[in-house]
Design a protein around this ligand. Structure first.
Ligand code: CP
Ligand code: NVA
Length: 301
């Protein structure tokens, strides 16, 4: 695998291979088995947006793999002052062995890959969040023992998380239902992608209908990073699009709940549902580490 720019670029088999390696690395780490596959390699981590999980899990992951992580805040780099991505890509390719980038435009990530000569990993854009969804799939498989045939349901904004979950779920044999208010649908390119999967994908306006018989329910914040100005407007638009006990009653009795975090209790999820599923949600957070180490090994080793 050359890069991880978006899940649309991977086959279902490639996704499963990453999950298998992630499981193996998790086992090795838990049993004190060293796996320094990236000895002497350096990963630059460019952040144009805030992060807790992505930054720490990539940094710790590189350390555990024997490599060196370099935190690069875009605010302190020339890219933040308008240096073209084409130049940044060519310069950093001469110093580093890989780049993880969190930014706004998906095009910036694609351009880094186009103009640079080292692996590029997408740590979240407005369009997608592939690393998070790999961790989500890993967690579902751990709990349920399989992905194939399960029903995933996402309630909320047609944002980076919804876009990536749709692709990840369908490519690994799950069916997918989403519920979002009008005007907040997933990207058109994602809706086009779902056409290959027929009735395995359904977009609902009613959260209750979308959640029916689901094995896994997910949500995410109503206002993503960069949309802070729209927070009030979005609170109105997403009224009713909440994971609460009534909604959970529609899903299977043993349904999981996942959340990429940070969570806004009382908005997209109630505190009681969040706490009832805290074990799964924090395992999901931990799995960021293992899934990303698998991506680092696949792209950089
Ligand atoms: N879920 C996630 O990507 O978290 P951070 O924004 O803290 O990295
Ligand atoms: N949709 C959220 C995800 C955060 C991990 C955002 O982009 O802010």
């Amino acid at each position: 695998m050359k890069h991880l720019l978006k899940l649309l670029d991977l086959t279902g088999e490639e996704i499963i291979e990453i999950l298998n390696l992630a499981d193996q690395l998790k086992y090795e780490q838990k049993h004190g088995i060293e796996h320094k596959h990236l000895k002497g390699k350096t990963l630059g981590m460019i952040f144009q947006k805030a992060s807790t999980r992505t930054r720490v899990s990539f940094e710790v992951g590189m350390y555990q793999l024997g490599g060196y992580p370099l935190f690069l805040s875009a605010n302190d780099m020339q890219i933040g002052r308008g240096e073209p991505v084409q130049d940044t890509a060519r310069v950093l390719s001469r110093f580093l062995d890989g780049i993880m980038i969190r930014t706004f435009e998906q095009q910036e990530v694609e351009d880094l890959a186009k103009y640079g000569s080292i692996p590029i990993i997408n740590g979240l854009t407005d369009f997608c969040h592939p690393c998070q969804v790999l961790a989500d799939l890993m967690t579902i498989r751990e709990v349920k023992g399989q992905l194939e045939g399960l029903k995933m349901c996402f309630i909320g904004d047609g944002n980076n998380m919804m876009n990536s979950l749709i692709v990840g779920a369908l490519k690994t044999g799950m069916s997918m239902s989403v519920a979002c208010p009008e005007g907040y649908d997933p990207e058109q390119s994602i809706l086009d992608f779902t056409k290959e999967y027929g009735d395995k994908f359904t977009l609902y306006r009613s959260p209750m209908e979308a959640a029916r018989n689901a094995d896994v329910i997910l949500t995410d914040v109503w206002a993503s990073m960069g949309q802070e100005d729209e927070a009030k407007l979005r609170q109105k638009a997403f009224e009713g699009y909440q994971i609460n006990t009534q909604l959970m009653a529609q899903a299977k009795e043993d349904a999981m709940v996942l959340h990429c975090l940070p969570a806004h209790r009382g908005e997209e999820i109630t505190a009681d549902v969040f706490e009832a599923h805290a074990t799964e949600i924090f395992e999901e957070a931990e799995n960021r580490l293992h899934a990303q180490k698998a991506v680092l090994v696949k792209t950089m080793a």
